[in-house]
Ligand binder design. Sequence first.
Ligand code: AVJ
Ligand code: FE
Length: 445
Amino acid sequence: AGSAEPAEPSVRARAALEAARRRTLALTDAVSDEDLVAQHSRLMSPLVWDLAHIGNQEELWLVREAGGRPGLRPDLDHVYDAFQTPRADRPALPMLGPAEARAYADAVRAETLEVLAAADTSPGQAEPLLADGFVFGMLAQHEQQHDETMLATHQLRKGPPVLDAPAPPPAPADAATLPREVLVPGGPFAMGTSTEPWALDNERPAHTVEVPAFWLDTVPVTNGAYREFIAAGGYRDERWWTPEGWQHVQDTGLEAPLFWSRDGDGWTRRRFGHVEPVPDDEPVLHVCWYEADAYARWAGRRLPTEAEWEKAARHDPASGRSRRYPWGDGDPRPEHANLGQRHLQPAPAGSHPAGAAPSGARQLIGDVWEWTASDFTPYPGFTAFPYKEYSEVFFGPEYKVLRGGAFGVSPVVCRGTFRNWDYPVRRQIFAGFRTARDAGPGEDA
Ligand code: AVJ
Ligand code: FE
């Protein structure tokens, strides 16, 4: 008790798996069985597919691969292989029903805990799946990633609210007087990691990147600021858009973030079944990459590159080191960041001063995923582990990188090195952004 030592890998693994399962059950027990099997959007799977897919991935990687056991239902692999069936086609699959899916996920978990009890999860363990409890951390992260996906399904679902959480606290008093932007000094920094035990393959290895000085928004772009872009005719002015983005606006008629509706002179939004006025001081949410990029140009700025974002979040100019989080190396606590579905919306801009980076930038972790300018590409020295379909098959220009995690993301999936990616048209994810600009000559303090 009172020890600052991190818990043993097996203890952390068990806690992370249990936290993930509590979250999964909260999201799936909140709706009826009809609702679990319904497809709420062609962009998403039925919730019951996610539930059994969570169990199937755990069976595959933990029980069979790491545990060396025969497994429970290898015959289900094809139904729950995300690569064999696009989300839109999943309702037609011979899926387990709600009761069967729950029982299956439970039965897999019972075997997982037996595998965990028997495993050597020490850092020195020669089997890389088990060393430091990696495979347990990987499956806890997989489940929590699907929990965020299921939260997005809940957001797309029509009907009265079924999820509830308290609103985040109001912004601290200094939020109104924060500088608009902060300076991140130029020079090399260590991007990625070779030491974070549960970092996924695409975060590895650590490598040095030269990042010239730049200015970054202190906080994410707010609804209030984004409304000015709308009011200034930003959606109707081709100058701000990439050719693909402009084509997309013509094809789809975008005119505001997803879930916003005009209400007289103002806007309302739908949030987990509640319809409410759009709060001006909250980070904007549910914009696609094209919208983020167009806003940045309209503002005379640009999106930060992925390397800039990570440098702002991790580089400590005092020590020259890259840290795990903006605030240091300690795991996220509620005062640092809005994570873990504690609140079902972003905290007001300027919140979480305790989570600020050395530059003074706030809310880099939590609240909203932040679109970056960068395509999803491998780091020098990348090797796929443990399977190509986690990251490698997605590398290339079709996907843009998002950083920092949102209010719906578990701390176990959120660290300064974590990389998320999606198509530049996607808006159902919990994504916002902040903007940047190059520092001028002589501005590098
Ligand atoms: C990293 C969020 C893009 O949801 O497609 C879940 C995570 N990979 N199951 C996704 C993932 C396999 C992935 N993202
Ligand atoms: Fe998955």
